[in-house]
Each structure stands twice: as C-alpha cells, then as structure tokens.
Design a protein around this ligand. Structure first.
Ligand SMILES: C[S@@+](CC[C@H](N)C(=O)[O-])C[C@H]1O[C@@H](n2cnc3c(N)ncnc32)[C@H](O)[C@@H]1O
Length: 275
C-alpha cells in the first residue's frame, strides 16, 4: 500500500520531471515538519548526519568559485545548508538526500530564506541519481563513498569542481586544500577540478604528442622526425592543459579530440587526437 509519504514523494518527483529539469522548483504540497528536529549523529542510508560548520560551507563555496551561472548539487544534503547558501549566492542548487524528514526540513528552510525558487531538494539515493548537469558538486560523506563516486565524478564535464568536507578521493590528489577559520571540527575541505581526458596520441602539423594521464597529471613525449623530447610539468585544470617542451611552455584548451592554444603565450599550436 502506498503511504502518504510515498505518495507525496512520488508527486514531488513527478512535478520535477514534468518541469523538465531536476533543478526546477517543485510546487508539490509539503508535509508538515515543523516538529521534526534532527539530531547530530542520526543514522542515514550510507552515512550518519553531521552538518558541515557554516564557516566551512562558506569556504567550500569560495573554493569552488561558485557563481550565479553555476548549478550546484550537494550529495547527501542533510538540513540543506550548503544548497541554501549556494542559492543565496545566486546559483541554482539541488540537494539529494535520502532521509525524507531532512528533505522536508530543507524545503521549509529554503522557503524561510526566500530561495525556494533556486534551492531544490529531492528525496533520493545519491547512487541512483543523475547529477551530470552539475557544474559544482559538494559532499560530506565518507572515504569509501567518495571512492564509489570517483568514477562518476571523473566522467562529468571537464572543469566541474568537486569540493569535499574532510574526506579525500584515494589516489586522485586534490587541486586545493582549504581550512575554515573559527571552526572546531570538520574544518578542512578538498577541491578537485574534473580533468579533460587527454591520454593517447595527438597529431600536430609537424609531429606527434604521446600523452599518458593520471587524473590532472600528464606525462609523455613530443615526437618530431627522429627527435623525441619528454614533456615536463604536464598538468590539466579542467579543459586547460599546460606542459613544457624544453624551455617552451605549451598551453591549450581541450575540446573533445582537439586542443588549441599558444606556445609561450604567443605562437599558436593545435593538435587532433588520433589514438
Ligand atoms: C555527513 S551528512 C552531510 C550533510 C550535508 N551535506 C552537510 O554538509 O551539512 C551526510 C548526509 O547524507 C545523507 N545520506 C546518507 N546516505 C545517503 C544516500 N545513499 N543518498 C542520499 N543521502 C544520503 C545522510 O542522511 C546525511 O544527511
């Protein structure tokens, strides 16, 4: 038998899908949750609820460089504080949270803060949700959950920023580490920028670039005739690649199987992926 809660959740999800976007605000009726008071440490599907201190929420959004053009998703959104803070900064923000009471609490808080048009909450399992449209992903989960999410995050658009409270991503080194001031527990955040996929052979007008990649770190060789020169300082920040060939610094923007950019900030160069 369908319970009232199941019916309301289904109605909310249907409204969202009919509106064509998971970021669209839902007008589904809200359950009355004024009396629900969350408890730090309460159980959750894969991890308990512990809120990110507000000073670290602010720091995480600063680290992400969040703008009004961004679409943020908070995976396991708890009481909604990260989503609401992002919406107050003008971004479209979406929380995915398994606990329906926390979802209802978050929706009430968003209404109270006047951002329910930009702060949307869904009752769902993060591992069964599509959040590929997000340009910023925030999370405060656990190391093993971050590892489960890592391949999904790495498949997101290059340049997507991922910011995690306290927990890392295994052998994917963070691009930045930050610490909130005036914070006593869970005060460190890590940021990654999803790198473009560049591993393989790239044809240049006068040679070939052979690249290997470990996340944002790039190694390889430039072949010109019988000459083979190892590249150094190879790195990706989203779709932007840079490396050195001898003293020359190559920078380029990667767009699918093309890269185009400058050598030492001047001469143009380009390459096409051939393998
Ligand atoms: C440590 S709390 C973080 C809450 C919030 N992101 C914050 O930073 O304040 C983790 C949250 O994830 C939720 N959660 C656990 N497993 C989940 C799952 N599989 N899908 C969705 N939410 C989940 C919990 O209910 C809890 O609210």
């Amino acid at each position: 038998m369908m319970t009232l809660r199941k019916f309301q959740t289904a109605a909310a999800l249907l409204t969202v899908s009919l509106m064509g976007s998971a970021w669209a605000a839902t007008t589904a009726p809200e359950p009355s949750t004024e009396e629900f008071v969350p408890t730090v440490g309460q159980s959750g599907k894969d991890v308990i609820w512990v809120p990110t201190p507000q000073s670290l929420v602010d720091k995480m959004l600063d680290m992400a460089g969040l703008t009004a053009e961004d679409k943020l998703v908070d995976l396991g959104s708890g009481d909604g504080r990260t989503v609401i803070t992002a919406a107050k900064r003008g971004a479209m923000a979406r929380g995915i949270e398994y606990n329906p009471d926390m979802v209802a609490l978050s929706r009430s808080a968003a209404r109270r803060e006047g951002v329910s048009d930009r702060a949307v909450f869904e009752q769902a399992d993060i591992f069964e949700s599509d959040f590929s449209e997000a340009t910023v992903v925030t999370l405060f989960l656990l190391p093993n959950l971050n590892l489960r999410l890592k391949p999904i995050l790495l498949d997101m658009a290059p340049g997507t920023r991922v910011v995690s409270n306290s927990f890392t991503m295994g052998d994917w080194d963070p691009d930045e580490t930050g610490e909130a001031e005036g914070c006593s527990s869970y005060c460190i955040a890590y940021k990654w920028v999803v790198p473009a996929k560049v591993e393989g052979s790239w044809k240049l007008p006068d040679g070939e670039l052979q690249l290997t990649q470990k996340y944002q770190k790039v190694e390889g060789n430039l072949l010109r005739g019988s000459e083979k020169v190892a590249i150094t300082d190879g790195r990706l920040e989203g779709a932007n690649i840079r490396f050195k060939v001898g003293d020359d610094e190559y920078t380029a923007k990667v767009t699918g199987k093309q890269m185009q950019g400058k050598i030492n900030g001047q001469g143009e160069w380009s390459a096409s992926q051939v393998g």
